[in-house]
Design a protein around this ligand. Structure first.
Ligand code: BV8
Length: 246
């Protein structure tokens, strides 16, 4: 693994424009279950069953119970050494754009400021009638309602829903302009996020991957480092910083 970290650190050190794509594996070592991991995300349900507009229309209370449970779980978790390493990368490189599929907010809590949340944020809700978005902590009164009387829904992109076009444009621009795309903790199965590494390669960027397992993005990677984010990312960033003489 060390030779791959050496190779990846050299590519990072030589680049001024870096993009990062993270998925659920980024937060695994913070204690947040991944989507397709063994322990799953909640009771006997699968995310694809609950994270859909159909599930919300059918049973808004059940869907809110799931999101309230996740809010409680995430609130008790902390950014791990991998999140902190990516925040350090942003502090020392001229241009770092972090694109995350995660809705847990841990990158911002770790200090990253240039974060694009492709799939929304667990701690925001939206009025289904007015479309207004607000910070929101679920209480006991589920499902919650807006002051206008309409239902509030999690401000999350569900399966089968389109992503915000401005958010997608920002993510595509970042991967098409970067020199290196670092892909961390994603199975690269969910589109359109899974298309970003392909776009980066097509624009001439080098792709680096950090994941204990092979994924659909591995074949695009100049270096696919088989290890956990919280262990690999600090080593990678420290080595790249040393090569830059920072
Ligand atoms: C869209 C918010 C246009 C929810 C999420 C059939 C019918 C309908 C749609 C589709 C269909 N077939 C395909 C689609 C499109 C669909 C899709 O891609 N589905 C998948 C399941 C095939 N996509 C969509 O619906 C998107 N919208 O396409 O709009 C459209 C419109 C109408 C109809 C069709 C298309 C919307 C997708 C957004 C869904 N919302 N999140 C919530 O969180 O509640 S996606 C959800 O999956 C999470 O955001 C998660 O991040 C994301 C992707 O999963 P990963 O992050 O990759 O996580 P995963 O568990 O899979 O992998 C974890 C990885 O970490 C593994 O590789 C593991 O090895 C690694 N790992 C583990 N430990 C560590 C680690 N890595 C590093 N360190 C560790 N320690």
């Amino acid at each position: 693994m060390q030779s791959l970290i050496d190779q990846a650190a050299r590519l990072l050190a030589q680049s001024s424009r870096v993009a990062i794509l993270t998925g659920a594996g980024m937060s695994a070592e913070s204690g947040i279950p991944t989507f397709r991991g063994p322990q799953g995300l909640w009771r006997q349900f699968r995310p694809e069953e609950l994270a859909t507009p159909e599930a919300f229309a059918r049973d808004p209370r059940l869907v809110w119970e799931w999101y309230a449970w996740r809010q409680g779980l995430v609130a008790g978790c902390h950014p791990n050494a991998g999140h902190l390493a990516l925040a350090r990368l942003e502090q020392h490189w001229p241009s770092v754009d972090l694109i995350t599929q995660n809705v847990d907010g841990l990158h911002s809590r770790a200090g990253s400021t240039r974060v694009t949340e492709l799939h929304g944020n667990l701690f925001q809700a939206r009025c289904v009638a007015e479309g207004t978005v607000r910070d929101f902590q679920a209480g006991d009164d589920l499902p919650p309602h807006c002051s206008c009387g309409a239902l509030l829904r999690p401000h999350i992109v569900w399966f089968g829903e389109s992503l915000n076009s401005r958010v997608v444009e920002k993510a595509v621009a970042a991967v098409e302009e970067c020199q290196v795309l670092l892909v961390v903790g994603t199975s690269a199965l969910v589109t359109p996020a899974a298309l970003l590494p392909v776009m980066a390669r097509r624009s001439g960027a080098e792709v680096l991957e950090v994941n204990p397992q092979a994924t659909a993005a591995s074949e695009l990677a100049a270096a696919a480092i088989r290890g956990p984010a919280a262990r690999v990312l600090p080593l990678l960033v420290d080595q790249a910083l040393a090569l830059r003489g920072d």
